[in-house]
Write a protein that binds this ligand. Structure first.
Ligand code: P6P
Length: 340
């Protein structure tokens, strides 16, 4: 059950306090994960400050280069990526960093043969094309333990999402919100810029069981597989609303808080879907499942997909369990005529 923090009676818990409390509950923990979360927190504060002043300091707009995805890089994509690489790359215990903006993983510490190290994967500024119109954008992160069995240190990032030890996102919107799971539920923090600290506002966040809202880019409808179109016809016939920001963090955050379903189906342009498995779908899937929701690729759980490439893509259907189940019903192949 979501426990809204009472701003008057409840203790003021910052992200730092929260992480220390969690560490205290796991006395055998080395504290490395705490340091990584601290690096992510300071990165989010720096990026948030940069975004707020972007137009004033003329750092909006495109760099004039493309990233490994072939997408036009925004100046702030590069800035955010640099901030995260610097903050995380200097933290003990970080062995590999992987970013949407970098073709290959960056090995910080070679394989020491032990598995105390971590891999951190991130999309530094998701939805950055919204920046020019002051739309919501975000940072998405996924944390894995280093897998010492990997033949090359950098291959350690190719682990199924079920192996994530932590995941989260930062939404730079009307406020700066950090949503985090370390595998024991989902907690939400809001940045209080007057003191420069993330304050915990929700503990044990739970997604509503259902919600009459779907979120996807209907401009691609002509190339959706038939089951998605059948679902849309059903939803539109049953009073559902449509909400779509075009930035995964913003659309998933609304779905997490209000219920409903977010989807990026396969399309003609993106036959495997557009969203990246390792640093978009997996962290969001962990959060949604930890909050009591479901996250599938249309066939099975996203978190069970065995990755084969850093930037591989996957279809995404995630949100309230009742809504994901509904979409899945429409995606199931029709029984063959005459089948028993
Ligand atoms: P489309 C942003 O570019 C992004 O990677 C996600 O944040 C978002 O959900 C999706 O792509 C939007 O894609 O094709 O609808 O513009």
């Amino acid at each position: 059950m979501t426990q809204a923090v009472d701003p008057v009676s409840d203790d003021i818990v910052t992200l730092q306090t929260h992480v220390l409390q969690e560490k205290r509950r796991h006395p055998d923990a080395s504290g490395t994960l705490s340091w990584i979360l601290s690096a992510l927190s300071i990165s989010a504060k720096i990026i948030a400050a940069q975004l707020r002043r972007a137009r004033l300091e003329n750092v909006l707009g495109a760099v004039g280069t493309e990233n490994v995805q072939g997408e036009e890089q925004q100046k702030l994509d590069v800035i955010a990526n640099t901030v995260l690489m610097r903050a995380l790359g200097s933290r003990e215990g970080v062995m590999v960093l992987a970013s949407e903006e970098a073709e290959e993983p960056v090995v910080i510490t070679e394989n020491r043969g032990d598995d105390r190290g971590y891999c951190v994967l991130f999309d530094p500024l998701d939805g950055s094309s919204n920046l020019d119109v002051a739309g919501g954008v975000g940072t998405i992160f996924s944390i894995l333990r280093h897998d010492r069995r990997s033949s090359r240190t950098e291959d350690s990032v190719l682990q199924p999402g079920d192996r994530q030890v932590a995941a989260g996102y930062v939404l730079y919107g009307s406020s700066t919100v950090l949503v985090l799971t370390t595998g024991e539920g989902v907690d939400m923090f809001v940045l209080d810029t007057s003191i420069g600290a993330f304050i915990r506002v929700e503990r044990g966040l739970r997604i509503p069981e259902s919600g009459r809202c779907y979120s996807l880019n209907e401009g691609n409808r002509r190339s959706f597989p038939a089951g998605y179109c059948a679902y849309l016809d059903w939803a539109q016939g049953n009073g559902y609303s449509s909400r779509y920001v075009g930035a995964m963090v913003a659309d998933v955050h609304r779905t997490l808080l209000k219920g409903g379903v977010f989807m990026y189906p396969p399309t003609e342009k993106a036959p495997s879907g557009k969203l990246r498995l390792l640093y978009e779908a997996n962290p969001m899937a962990m959060l949604i499942e930890q909050a009591g929701g479901q996250a599938t690729d249309g066939q099975g759980r996203i978190l069970e997909i065995q990755p084969t490439a850093l930037h591989q893509r996957t279809p995404v259907i995630l949100g309230s369990p009742a809504e994901v189940a509904r979409v899945s019903e429409f995606l199931m192949p029709a029984p063959e005529a005459g089948a028993a």
